[in-house]
Design a protein around this ligand. Structure first.
Ligand code: HAM
Length: 423
């Protein structure tokens, strides 16, 4: 036999036993999002490399080390999207959706980052992202956050905590950046290699470092919060007031700076203590400068993306009950006439009971073989058609999970009986 081809490292198959959980998360999320009038947008998985370099930032980890970039047959550099915001803004601009308009949109799908795979960190992972364009006030920041609080509740997730911060405007941040660089340069001996490198390229990320031994130097660093411009300060206070009024708990984390360059003002992250090191299940913030940076008119914007694999792991961890996907009926057919009659009866049942989960045995064999498979399927009842029943327009129904007699019924009576059982 030929060698099996291995899957790509860090890219997972999501198997039929796991997909009901994914569908549960996706369908509840869709419902909650539509309650806030967010509409779905779909854009390509591949974009020009330049889009990501210009939006996420040349000196971020993602752009420097993690992108799946390749030359296509025309020699153009393309990249598998490492996140959704850049492509969403590009799609909005390409299609004239952002000019002087409010847009509330969401997207879902795979993202690609060449990170070191570990639990909760993959090279192909999935996000559900949400973006609101054309709204500058703190109320829409708050809307996104309360919407997420509602979503966690609807999903049955309890172990998440919200952290918020404000990065201020780009101008205020560059003043702060200089002060931070001056401070960190005086403490070079306490910085790890990564942070020394970041000092020259992206010093705010040093604050985000989880390296042991750097806590002290980070704690004593000048605080971004004290360098906020007045407008950002007011925006941040108004956001907190709205969250307080809505009863959403949060912690202001002055060290939350995020790994993408496009943020300004509000940033936030929902973290959990149940998943180990990869603890952020949802992150986002405001990016008022990005639309203009990508060639549009200045347009305020704010959004977030959730990590689907991490949320699913958390739902598993918290034993969130799952909707039942085991079949309810198993159709057993033995004999040439019965095969045809059973096939049609199965369709009749599906017509009458649209939510019904019915498996038809197509593997053949005698009653005993098929009933064994019926039992194994987890179905509540087997519907049994033999040639005799087929000739009389009847079928038998046999309870598989509870005791009870097998009974033979005409098709209409059988449909009503099953409808009664499904209530
Ligand atoms: P991000 O923080 O890079 O932000 O990713 C958002 C979420 O995706 C993270 O909180 C995490 O749950 C999940 N995630 C990220 N990388 C991985 C990975 N390698 N494996 C598994 N899950 C991962 C963004 O992508 C921004 N576009 C969010 C945003 C939207 N900001 C404004 N609008």
């Amino acid at each position: 036999m030929a060698n099996l081809i291995q899957p790509v490292r860090g890219m997972n198959d999501i198997l039929p036993d796991a997909t009901p959980r994914w569908q549960q998360l996706e369908s509840v999320t869709r419902e909650v999002l539509s309650g806030y009038a967010y509409r779905e947008i779909r854009f390509p998985i591949v974009e020009k490399t330049e889009l990501f370099a210009r939006s996420i930032g040349e000196v971020t980890d993602i752009v420097e080390k993690e992108m799946y970039s390749f030359e296509d047959r025309n020699g153009e550099s393309l990249t598998l999207r490492p996140e959704g915001t850049a492509g969403c803004v590009r799609a909005g601009l390409s299609n004239g959706l952002l000019y002087n308009q409010v847009q509330r949109v969401w997207y879902a799908g795979p993202m690609f980052r060449h990170e070191r795979p570990q639990k909760g960190r993959y090279r192909q992972f999935h996000q559900i992202g949400v973006e609101a364009f054309g709204l500058a006030g703190p109320d829409v920041d708050a809307e996104l956050i309360v919407m997420l609080a509602r979503l966690w509740k609807r999903l049955g997730i309890g172990r998440v905590a919200l952290q918020i911060n404000s990065l201020g405007t780009l101008e205020a941040r560059s003043v702060y950046r200089e002060k931070l660089v001056a401070y960190l340069s005086q403490h070079l001996d306490q910085l790890d290699e990564d942070s020394k490198r970041r000092l020259a390229t992206n010093p705010l990320r040093v604050l985000d470092s989880k390296a042991p031994g750097m806590n002290e130097v980070i704690a004593a660093a000048p605080s971004l919060m004290e360098h906020l411009d007045d407008e950002s300060q007011r925006h941040f206070e108004a956001l907190q007031a709205l969250l307080d009024a809505a009863g959403v708990e949060y912690r202001v984390n002055p060290r939350l700076v995020r790994g993408l360059d496009y943020y300004s003002r509000t940033v936030f992250e929902w973290v959990t203590d149940r998943l180990g090191a990869q603890d952020a299940v949802c992150s986002g913030g405001r990016y008022d400068g990005l639309v203009a940076q990508l060639g549009g008119r200045p347009t305020p914007a704010v959004g977030f993306a959730m990590g689907v694999e991490r949320l699913i792991a958390l739902m598993e961890e918290e034993d969130v009950p799952m909707p039942d996907s085991t079949p309810q009926l198993y159709m057993v057919r033995v004999g040439a006439a019965a095969e045809r009659a059973g096939f049609l009866l199965a369709e009749r049942l599906r017509d009458a009971l649209p939510g019904l989960r019915l498996v038809m045995d197509c593997s053949g064999g005698n009653f005993g073989n098929q009933l064994k498979r019926a039992d194994k399927s987890g179905a509540m009842f087997a519907v049994i058609v033999g040639d005799q029943e087929a000739a009389n327009g009847r079928a038998s129904i046999k309870p598989l999970r509870e005791s009870g007699e097998q009974q033979e019924l005409a098709w209409d009576a059988l449909v009503s009986f099953i409808a009664g059982q499904m209530d």
